[in-house]
Design a binder for this molecule. Structure first.
Ligand code: SF4
Length: 499
């Protein structure tokens, strides 16, 4: 049960969230909570417990700058109250001013889970209705399905050039039996994650469960590799010696993209970094650099693979020449101890302004992520779509919802007497979770009162469940009413679904 292997397609439970911090480098959400403007109750109550580089998103929201949120739904069944967490996260970011994208991962559902297209359509429709019913604004947001988004497909193709099988093997455990469409669905998902930045690089957050972290890590990696996709492809054609290639690679590694949120091209990036960092600190000796430069200059520009509409050879050449100028500029500084660098930097910046992203490189920023806890199943264990009694579907008849809560496992003691004496175990109680994750809504005091009364022995499970069951019934009634009301919105939304 201590297994923290993260498998996006498995049924992994994460028994020890702490290990995620230590082993996978997910950081605590508490570290940034104070900086979030009007944090959602899921953040305040620790349901959203982790994050990867969420600060750029917070900063953008604070300053009214572009930011995006994106999450996808694999339509394999009815949406349930666990999915509502993600809906809430998308909607909250949209309300805070982020550009919101919600997608239907139909290719993944078909490739990884083998669902038929009819089943996928039916479930997809249902997910979207719940999302709209909970407050997603389709006028101001973007809904799409993977299979129909041509830009995502093109981007997936380019991303595929930067990923390889061994990597998929290492990350996902793919083997010789893994079918190609499954691999394809991974690059498509990577393209989804980076899609909000296609027009303009911007801080983007992906709200996920911790089991989806491998996808996030790979996407962050690919974002880096694609940042200067075209320019780096050019390097390959200069036939540098292995150690020289290493030098250039190492040189890049020392650049910290976090310092350059707004710039788009590596030439400026390099220029800035060189300006701040003496060549000696980069560990590059002058004669090696000399030889690299000679080869770069002699090599001229080989055409890049002329295959996507993003390619623009001239723009790439210019960017690349600016890069060389920047390196030479620094070389002069190094050799002559003169600050001759300003000119090159200005040139590089001018070029960067001229060359739009999409011509010279993708310019992606590594996507950020936030992680929510899994909901405990009502019968104990993990909440699972395949065990109806363990979860409450957003489509459940409200009376059934009521009954499921009434028969849920609790963190209560054997007898009422013992409960009064020792208090209940709210931290281990799926019913308390229902209050904290859903039923108490934005009312922190209410959630806290339930908790305090439970652990203080004032609250007994019978009444507590009755109250929760009643609230659940009301929630389902109201939600289903809203689903009916937003049918029309879904018709208007530009997404192809068979109804
Ligand atoms: Fe759970 Fe409520 Fe019982 Fe406490 S009183 S253990 S919260 S059902």
């Amino acid at each position: 049960a201590d297994d923290v292997a993260l498998d996006p397609w498995g049924s992994s439970t994460v028994s020890d969230y702490r290990k995620l911090f230590d082993e996978f480098g997910i950081e605590e959400f508490d570290d940034v909570l104070d900086e979030v403007p009007h944090p959602h109750y899921l953040m305040r109550r620790g349901v959203i417990f982790g994050q990867r580089e969420y600060r750029p998103v917070i900063r953008a929201l604070q300053n009214d700058e572009p930011a995006a949120v994106l999450s996808g739904f694999m339509p394999t069944g009815d949406p349930h109250i666990g999915h509502k967490l993600v809906f809430d996260e998308i909607i909250w970011h949209q309300q805070q001013g982020a550009e919101a994208h919600a997608l239907i991962a139909d290719l993944e559902a078909n490739a990884a889970r083998g669902l038929s297209w009819e089943e996928i359509d039916e479930h997809a429709r249902s997910y979207l209705l719940s999302l709209l019913a909970l407050g997603f604004d389709p006028e101001d947001g973007d809904l799409y399905r993977q299979s129909e988004n041509r830009e995502v497909q093109d981007l997936a193709f380019d991303l595929g050039a930067e990923a390889n099988f061994s990597e998929f093997q290492a990350i996902y455990g793919f083997d010789g039996e893994t079918d190609v469409s499954h691999m394809q669905s991974v690059v498509t998902q990577m393209a989804d994650i980076l899609y909000p930045q296609l027009d303009e690089p911007k801080p983007t957050v992906i709200p996920v469960g911790p089991d989806q972290d491998p996808h996030v890590r790979l996407a962050r990696d690919l974002a880096e590799r694609m940042r200067f996709f075209k320019v780096s492809k050019a390097y390959a054609s200069f036939e540098l010696e292995a150690d020289e290639r290493e030098l250039v690679a190492e040189f890049y590694e020392r650049l910290d993209p976090a310092d350059f949120d707004d710039e788009r091209l590596r030439c400026v990036h390099v220029a800035d970094t060189l300006e701040e960092t003496p060549l000696a600190d980069l560990g590059i000796d002058a004669s090696t650099l000399e030889s690299v430069l000679t080869k770069l200059n002699e090599g001229g520009m080989e055409p890049l693979r002329p295959r996507t509409r993003f390619s623009d050879r001239r723009a790439t050449e210019e960017a690349f020449n600016a890069l060389i100028d920047a390196i030479e500029g620094e070389k002069r500084v190094y050799e002559n101890h003169v600050d001759a660098f300003e000119i090159d930097r200005a040139e590089a910046e001018d070029l960067a302004r001229e060359i739009e992203v999409g011509n010279g490189g993708y310019g992606f920023q590594p996507p950020s992520s936030i992680y929510h806890r899994f909901m405990t199943g009502l019968t104990g264990g993990k909440m699972s779509s395949s065990i109806p009694a363990s979860h409450i579907s957003l489509l459940d008849d409200p009376e059934d919802g009521y009954d499921k809560v009434k028969s849920a496992t609790t963190g209560g003691r054997e007898t009422a007497e013992e409960q009064r004496e020792k208090g209940g175990k709210a931290d281990e109680c799926p019913v308390y979770e229902l209050y904290a994750y859903l039923l108490a809504g934005d009312d922190d005091e209410f959630a806290k009162r339930v908790y305090d009364e439970c652990v203080g022995g004032e609250r007994l499970c019978g009444d507590c469940k009755e109250q929760a069951a009643q609230l659940m019934k009301e929630f389902l009634e109201e939600h289903q009413q809203k689903r009916a009301e937003v049918e029309e919105l879904l018709e208007e939304a530009d997404i192809e679904l068979e109804s």
